[in-house]
Write a protein of this length. Structure first.
Length: 558
């Protein structure tokens, strides 16, 4: 088990140094760096009567940091171990005293071995993990004020890591302090069940008592949204103006939530970054996997209670062993991910059409130009030739099979569409194409509904590691959430990323408050149509282009 590597001093000091006091459009100034204001005065306040408010389960007390009230690790659900394993989330018991909401909640059970094995990646991402346990249903809240009669727009951030890893504070990009201050909004993030603890479907083997077992992880998120609805007014938020937003696996959670009747009315806008799900796992496969888990454990259906009492590490080993035997499912998110069960999830999220449950919800989709950059850790690949790229693409596309005979046509099509790019960049574009294809497919489906839809493509190139990082997967998060000076190992810091962060976070705040991302400093962002493919290119100079890779994408399907 890994302990969270950022200690409290980092969390309240150097981790977000100076950003709290920064004026609009400048996350950190020389005058404010490391201080609460231009004067050297107290910036952290914590005590018995500081940041004290109510929830439906009792009082909570947080702390005030640089003028933002921080409440961390508030229970929104009961412990999910024992008899609650594989069961829908339950509300927590009322606590008689004041709950100390000053530290992060436990990470959900997941595989953490060798997570820092790659020293360069450890330096860049510096993931944050806390204790791991099944008592993990916790929510974090950052707000400029509470019990002040204000109704601020609310952002609920859903973390990445597919459906199997991560937590609400795993990356410093996720910190809500700066966006909360900059936009005068309430920012929430949360932990929920993952992997086989959230998505082991025993409905076919055991019956109705376990009807929800294949989707309890996503039902946790619905429970968190219900908590927001019931409690966020006490934190200065408006339960009638909630935006859900996620990146990578978090984006897939957003699109899945959009298709769930139980979540209807609990959110009002949605943002999907470098992720999103068109299709979930099929019921037949998920139930077959559930049967395989029982068989691998040497248990009958009547003995499922033994699985609930098994230590979580042991159950994880059994479940992953069973998944290898069961083979892959039809969905794209792995064996332990939401299932089309016909009740909690009555349709595939965006296939064959966008869900009617969210027809009136404006949505914004975005991916990055270089989700994968093959030379990031291999400098010699910078000199690869176009002919060599064709051979590489013919054999493999990252973890996926290669294009085979289609490789030459695809590489040439991308080179024609982007003549200014080097061969290594063409290779990166093709490796990253599945994210762009998904974003366009989701936008096309959503554009058939009445609510507006917007499409972006993040192209900003960081100056680090000899410019080999490129616009990689996860880079854009700190721009959207106004945290470019928090994630120096992604951006390098300074005014250049800060300027784009102001534009992008301004667009996000506008979208949260009005359903329209057009904001000061950003060129007009038109609504997306499948005819024109209007795409906002997010870079040092932002501009709208009409489906700039349409012909290149088509080459992948020929």
């Amino acid at each position: 088990m890994l302990e969270r590597r950022r200690n409290f001093l980092k969390a309240i000091g150097t981790g977000v140094a100076g950003l709290g006091a920064a004026p609009p459009l400048a996350l950190a100034s020389k005058a404010s760096l490391g201080k609460g204001t231009t004067k050297d005065e107290q910036i952290l306040f914590v005590g018995d009567d500081i940041a004290l408010t109510h929830t439906t389960c009792g009082k909570v007390r947080g702390y005030i940091l640089r003028g933002i009230c921080c409440f961390l690790g508030i229970p929104y659900g009961a412990d999910t171990s024992g008899k609650n394993r594989f069961m829908p989330p339950r509300k927590p018991e009322r606590w008689p005293d004041v709950f100390p909401a000053v530290w992060w909640g436990n990470s959900a059970p997941q595989t953490l071995e060798r997570i820092y094995a790659n020293r360069v990646e450890a330096f860049s991402a510096h993931w944050n993990y806390d204790d791991v346990s099944e008592d993990c249903l916790r929510i974090n809240v950052w707000t400029p004020g509470y019990k002040d009669g204000r109704k601020r727009a609310v952002l609920v951030w859903l973390h990445g890591g597919g459906f199997g890893s991560g937590n609400g504070g795993v990356a410093d990009s996720y910190n809500g302090e700066n966006l909360s201050r900059y936009g005068d909004i309430v920012f929430c993030s949360l932990n929920h069940r993952l992997g086989p603890f959230g998505y082991s479907n025993f409905a076919g083997a055991v019956g109705d008592k376990f009807a929800a077992s294949g989707n309890v992880g996503i039902l946790d998120i619905v429970a968190a949204l219900q908590w927001v609805h019931d409690n966020i007014a006490n934190f200065g938020g408006d339960p009638g103006n909630v935006t859900i937003m996620g990146q990578s696996g978090g984006g897939s959670k957003v699109t899945t939530i959009a298709a769930m009747p139980s979540a209807k009315g609990l959110f009002h806008k949605a943002v999907v970054l470098s992720g999103g799900t068109l299709r979930s796992n099929e019921k037949e496969y998920a139930e077959r996997l559930g049967n395989c888990i029982l068989k691998t454990a040497g248990l009958t259906a009547s003995q499922i209670g033994d699985l609930q009492e098994m230590p979580w590490q042991e159950y994880a080993k059994v479940a992953f062993s069973a998944a290898q035997k069961a083979g892959p499912g039809a969905g794209s998110n792995g064996p332990f991910s939401p299932v089309l069960d016909g009740f909690y999830l009555p349709q595939h999220p965006f296939y064959p059409e966008a869900p009617g449950t969210a027809a009136d919800v404006p949505m914004l989709f975005c991916s990055t130009l270089n989700e994968q950059s093959p030379s990031r850790l291999e400098p010699a690949l910078e000199g690869i030739t176009l002919a060599e790229v064709i051979e590489r693409v013919k054999e493999r596309l990252g973890p996926r099979p290669g294009l085979g005979d289609k490789a030459k046509a695809a590489v040439e099509a991308y080179a024609k569409s982007f003549p200014e790019m080097k061969p290594i960049e063409i290779w990166s574009m093709i490796l990253s194409s599945s994210w762009r294809v998904s974003a366009v497919a989701l936008a096309n489906a959503k554009s058939k509904q009445p609510a507006p839809v917007y499409l972006g493509w993040f192209a900003w190139q960081p100056p680090l590691f000899d410019h080999r990082m490129r616009a990689f997967h996860c880079l854009d998060i700190c721009f959207w959430l106004y945290n470019t000076d928090v994630m120096l190992t992604f951006t390098g810091g300074g005014s250049r990323p800060r300027r784009l962060a102001a534009r992008m976070s301004g667009a996000l705040l506008g979208f949260m408050k009005t359903g329209n991302p057009n904001a000061a400093g950003l060129r007009h962002w038109p609504q997306y149509t499948s005819l024109n493919g209007e795409t906002m290119i997010l870079d040092d100079v932002c501009e709208v282009k009409n489906d700039p890779d349409r012909e290149a994408r088509r080459s992948l399907l020929v």
